[in-house]
Write a protein that binds this ligand. Structure first.
Ligand code: NAD
Length: 281
């Protein structure tokens, strides 16, 4: 039987790299994707023939599409797992005081790259994954998205990151149960602080050790979702050595409960026309 095949984005550093090493050690083949080609190529060479590296800016759809196509072929027409993991923090401060102005004195457009990488690209990743997962010998597969504790709480210093990571939690809750019809599970992990390349290096050494979540907790969370065929739409918060499964908030009243749980047919009918109107918007 051929080895299971994974795509991991952000695989040249931090959690993506740790997960790559972990899966390879367990007999997987991993297509490593990262914008950082120097480290990505070097690490893939070190890890050997069960990996390939594809330089990919996940926020560029054509690049991400090439990654999926190559990985599926390389994997022997097989794709079992996607870790949509690449992420960046805010690249411009929403609170900026001296924002640049155009010739008319109007603030220039804010840099929303964080949303494109952390949220938009993950949606495109799911979009691509389902296409290939349907072609597997046994159709289906698993997706784990790296959100953040900032997807549950808020991080005032990084409002764009907070928005994107909250968005991922909503995304998983909305589409996870739907995709179970296609034997695809979609879940997300919400790590607290893990020392990786994401944290500005000049402050990394100052971070209080008692608040550090070890990489072993991250791998435990990935293993939990990879090893289960039924869990979908789930969010798990990771802190220190622990996994905390997070439910969506309680319904405020019976009306909200009806809207959330029983109005599905109404919305299905309302949006049935979407398939035909898509592209016109
Ligand atoms: N480190 C933490 O404390 C922490 C906590 C919660 C969530 N996260 C999330 O974990 C994920 C992994 O981050 P990490 O902590 O391992 O950081 P990291 O910086 O070590 O790794 C992220 C990797 O993503 C790559 N990357 C960045 N932009 C990319 C793009 N456009 N296309 C492809 N690759 C790109 C980087 O080159 C890097 O190799 C991110 O989504 C991050 O938001 C991190």
């Amino acid at each position: 039987m051929s080895k299971p095949v994974a795509i991991i984005t952000g695989a040249a550093s931090g959690m993506g790299l740790a997960l790559t090493r972990h899966l390879v050690s367990k007999g997987w083949r991993v297509a490593m994707a990262d914008i950082d080609s120097e480290n990505g190529s070097r690490l893939s060479s070190e890890l050997g023939a069960d990996t390939i590296f594809q330089q990919t800016d996940v926020s560029n759809y054509a690049e991400q599409a090439r990654l999926f196509s190559r990985a599926f072929t390389w994997g022997g027409n097989r794709l079992d797992f996607l870790a949509a993991n690449a992420g960046i923090d805010d690249k411009q401060s929403l609170y900026e005081i001296n924002e640049a102005l155009d010739a008319d004195g109007i603030p220039k457009e804010m840099n929303l790259k964080t949303i494109r990488v952390d949220l938009d690209a993950v949606i495109q990743g799911i979009w691509l994954f389902k296409h290939y997962a349907r072609k597997n010998n046994t159709p289906g597969g698993k997706i784990v998205i790296t959100s953040s504790a900032a997807g549950i709480y808020s991080m005032a210093t990084n409002p764009l990151y907070t928005s994107a990571k909250h968005g991922l939690v909503g995304l998983v809750r909305a589409c996870g149960p739907q995709f179970s019809e296609e034997n695809i599970t979609v879940n997300c992990i919400c790590p607290s602080f893990v020392p990786t390349g994401l944290c500005p290096p000049h402050v990394l050494h100052k971070f209080p050790k008692e608040h550090i979540t070890p990489m072993s907790t991250v791998l435990k969370a990935f293993d939990t979702f990879i090893g289960d065929n039924t869990m979908t739409g789930q969010t798990v918060e990771l802190s220190l050595g622990h996994l905390y499964f997070r439910k969506q908030p309680e319904w405020a009243n019976e009306s909200q409960k009806w809207l959330g749980e029983e109005s599905g047919e109404f919305w299905k009918e309302a949006y049935e026309s979407l398939a035909t109107t898509e592209g016109n918007l």
